[in-house]
Design a protein around this ligand. Structure first.
Ligand SMILES: [Zn+2]
Length: 150
């Protein structure tokens, strides 16, 4: 029996991500997880079921850095995002995916650097999960999508 992999379900189109697809390249898929309503938070998922960076092929590696760069440029241009935190963990339940978490001023009150990431995500989920903020998140997705399709 195949082990269920959410990343495979999303990239194969079996399941819609809990958010909207923002961009797709030959080897990667980019969406926002609206469970964490932070404007411009993007998740970059490989289409192939691999867990570790060193399992990527030459062509996937090239595509990966280009996709990340493209998203980063769009975040800066459209949303004015000055800094982004990136992370991925190779022992994730689902396959290779990189989180791109923008930094906003309110986050510095929660903390800096890697230890602040989880509390910030939880804060977003529980305290800014308002209809008004969600509309802003969706508007940001749409403007990123538009920028990336140019
Ligand atoms: Zn998978």
């Amino acid at each position: 029996m195949e082990v269920y992999c959410l990343s495979c379900a999303i990239t194969s189109g079996l399941m819609a991500p809990d958010g909207r697809i923002v961009f797709e390249s030959e080897h990667f898929h980019v969406h926002q997880d609206v469970a964490y309503p932070i404007k411009g938070l993007m998740i970059v998922v490989s289409k192939r079921h691999v867990k570790c960076l060193d399992e990527l092929t030459e062509s996937e590696k090239f595509d990966y850095i280009n996709v990340i760069t493209k998203i980063r440029q769009a975040q800066r241009k459209v949303l004015g995002i000055k800094y982004v935190y990136y992370f991925y963990n190779e022992d994730a339940i689902h396959h290779f995916h990189t989180w791109m978490v923008p930094r906003y001023d309110w986050m510095y009150e929660i903390g800096r650097s890697v230890e602040s990431v989880r509390p910030i995500l939880l804060h977003a989920r529980h305290h800014i999960n308002t209809k008004e903020n969600m509309l802003e998140v969706i508007a940001a997705i749409d403007s990123l999508k538009k920028e990336l399709s140019r």
